[in-house]
Each structure stands twice: as C-alpha cells, then as structure tokens.
Design a protein around this ligand. Structure first.
Ligand SMILES: *Cc1c(COP(=O)(O)O)cnc(C)c1O
Length: 392
C-alpha cells in the first residue's frame, strides 16, 4: 500500500457510531459494568479512545509494535530516558536538540546517568564510545539546524552487537520520509509539534517502540509519570496526519528549489540541505530518506549578526519565529533564538555561526518564497552597504 493510502486507511471509522472523523472522547473516567469490568478503558491517563487511535496510527506508520502520545516532544524523550537506571550511560549525537541536551545534562545527570556526546555522522565515533555501561544510543537525523545525517543502519548494528537500545529522534524527517525501525532502531521519538501535526497549533510528542517488551515498559512509564496527550490535541494530531504525506512531499519540493536558489545567491556562503549533492551527508541521506525535508540553513559570506538579523526581520512570507514543520514558512536566527543558550565556541563548532539563518519552508508557492528571500537579502545588503561592498 502506498504511503498516503496507508495513512488514511490506518485511521479507523468509529466502531460505535460510524463517525468518519475520530470522536473526541473528552472524558476523565469511564463507567464500569461491575468493579473491574469495563470496555477496555477505565481512566484517561491510562488509556483514552481518541489518544489510542493516534497511538495505533503512528505505530503503523513507523512499522513499530506500539505508539504512545505525550504532552510534548520533550515529555516523549523523558519517557525513554526513564528506561535507564543510575550508573547507565548514554551515547548521544553532539548536534542534539537543545531541549534534549538540557534534559539529559541538567536533569538526568544528577540522577547518576552519564552522557557522552559524539559526532555520530561518523558511525565509528559511536562504536568507539561504547562501554559496558552504555544502555542507550540517541541519535537525531537530520539534526537541527545544520541537517547532519547519521547512518542509522550502521549505528543499529553497533547497538545490536552490544545489546544497547537505539533511539532515533525522527522529528525532522517524519515517518513519511524515514522509518528508522526498518533500519534496526529500537525506539523512535517525535516532536509531533512539527511535521506530524503540521499546523503550528499545538505541542505534542510521540514514542514508537519496536518490541512487546519495550512497549510494556513505555506504557508503564507513560501511565506512571502521566505526561499524556489530551483527547482534543490527540484529535488535532490525527487531523494533521491525514495530510502528512502530501505536506512533507511539498515541503521538500519547495525546500529543494529554495536551497538551489540560495546556492546562487552571492551573499550566501554555506547552504545546508541534505537534498543538495554538496551536502556532506547527501549520500547517506539518499540511502535512508525518501524526502529531504523542509528545513534549510545557510550562512553569509560576511559573518555578521546584524546583517543576518535584518534579513530575517525583512522577510514578509517567512515569519520570524522558532519552531518548524508547519504549513506557514518560518525563519529564525539560531544564535539569538533557538541556540542562544549554547556557548559561542560550541555553537561555532557545529556550524551555528552568527550569520546562520534557519528556514522552515512552508507550503506557500516556492517562487513567492524565493522572491521574498531575494527582496529581504537585497534590502539588508543596501542597508549595510559599508559591510557588503565585497559582494557588489
Ligand atoms: C522541537 C523538537 C523537540 C522537542 O519537542 P517539543 O514538542 O517542543 O517538546 C525534540 N526534538 C526535536 C528534533 C525537535 O525539533
């Protein structure tokens, strides 16, 4: 079955009423026939019919065993970390999402969990970092904001060899373009806030497990810690998923055109987009992603924060905001926004220079988006004629 059919076919018709849209079961509790005798639902923290439709759907889309919906991407990540015990070690991608870094380092380190950050675009770095205490390998692919890609198949082999859980944060790719469980990953997490819900109207997270054992453990943690997604937001995510395939395809098509335009733009130095043959990890990306996503980052030949800041303030279609994956295009200046808390030295090391601009390419027409960037760049160049003379 093709992806778009699979998506629509994995959302059931309500068995009770025939409602074609999943009903929102906005309830905390369920009336029982006799003590302990009920229809499979007793309390909405443990299980809720609307949430269950979403959970079953994401499990299918990721070829997993079970899915779990959480109140945010970080709550989903938090549930996976709770599989560990004091003394355990994590090997994590060094370009990790800032919020995951904060959670690992500033919350879990004090409970005795050690984190070793490595550049996982070289799979050997992961293999070399394994110790007898390593219990979890954590990668994101592609990463934020410079779209580094790790070889999931090779890292999965290392994980399997040492009996380590491999978790992939699949937020940037979405299940439509990449299915890490097919490559040997054990767990997938998503910030469903981004592409999966896709309309910049909620915060949500998902976990997909690959085995009954892991499913049982995550189910226990989800119920024990309680950071579940509510019925209404579950319904909104379901509604978003209905068009996920179409959106991701169009995001990628638009982004490819914009990335190619940026390559030609004189003021632009590096363009980071896995769909460009010049991208460091283009070959690996091609081998594991169906689409290359909607996020692009680029920096300027003059590494000037003011200049970059005027560009992101001067766009009209690209709205200046954090986050990504929505239908409306967004832009941001990571050094002042998403990556402000990272020390400049570390930031520069991962390519997040003062002039690096991140785009989340939306579903407006690509030509209009290109024209918007052009006018913003031209205006910024004019306003900074003294600095930009070299590019004239
Ligand atoms: C946004 C994001 C998260 C965190 O998700 P929230 O829904 O904001 O809690 C985690 N990982 C990646 C890659 C993200 O982009």
């Amino acid at each position: 079955m093709k992806e778009q059919t699979l998506i629509l076919n994995s959302l059931p018709i309500d068995p009770l009423t025939g409602s074609i849209s999943t009903p929102i079961y906005q309830t905390s509790t369920f009336v029982q026939d006799a003590p302990g005798v009920h229809k499979g639902f007793d309390y909405s923290r443990s299980n809720n019919p609307t949430r269950k439709v979403l959970e079953d759907c994401i499990a299918k889309l990721e070829n997993g065993h079970a899915g779990f919906a959480f109140a945010s991407g970080l709550a989903a990540i938090d549930a996976v970390i709770k599989l560990l015990e004091a003394g355990d070690e994590i090997i994590a991608v060094d370009d990790i999402y800032g919020g995951a870094f904060r959670l690992f380092t500033h919350v879990y380190q004090k409970f005795g969990i050690k984190i070793n950050y490595v550049d996982s675009t070289n799979s050997q770095n992961v293999a070399d970092a394994v110790t007898d205490k390593t219990k979890l390998i954590w990668i994101e692919s592609p990463t934020n904001p410079t779209l580094k890609v790790s070889d999931i198949r090779t890292i999965a082999k290392t994980a399997r060899q040492h009996n380590i859980i491999l978790c992939v944060d699949n937020t940037f790719a979405s299940p439509v373009s990449q299915k890490p469980i097919d490559f040997g990953a054990d767990i997938i997490v998503h910030s469903a806030t981004k592409y999966i819900a896709g309309h910049s109207d909620l915060i949500a997270g998902l976990v997909v497990t690959s085995t009954p054992e892991l499913s049982e453990k995550i189910k226990f943690i989800q119920n024990a810690s309680g950071a579940i997604l509510g019925p209404f937001d579950s319904w909104l995510v379901i509604r978003g998923i209905e068009t996920l395939n179409l959106r991701v395809k169009q995001h990628a098509e638009n982004a490819q055109k914009i990335a190619e335009y940026l390559l030609e733009e004189k003021l632009v130095k590096n363009v980071y987009y896995p769909g460009l043959p010049s991208h460091h990890n283009h070959e690996i990306a091609k081998s594991q992603q169906k689409y290359f996503g909607g996020v692009i980052a680029f920096d300027l030949v003059i590494d000037d924060k003011e200049l970059a800041s005027q560009i992101v303030s001067g766009t009209k279609l690209f709205k200046l905001a954090e986050s990504l994956g929505g239908v409306k295009s967004l832009c941001c200046l990571p050094c002042e926004m998403t990556h402000k808390s990272i020390p400049a030295e570390k930031r520069y090391g991962s390519g997040v220079t003062d002039s690096l601009i991140r785009l989340s390419v939306g579903l407006e027409d690509a030509d209009d988006l290109i024209a918007d960037l052009k006018q913003a760049i031209e205006a910024a160049v004019k306003a900074n004629a003294d600095k930009t003379a070299v590019t004239a």
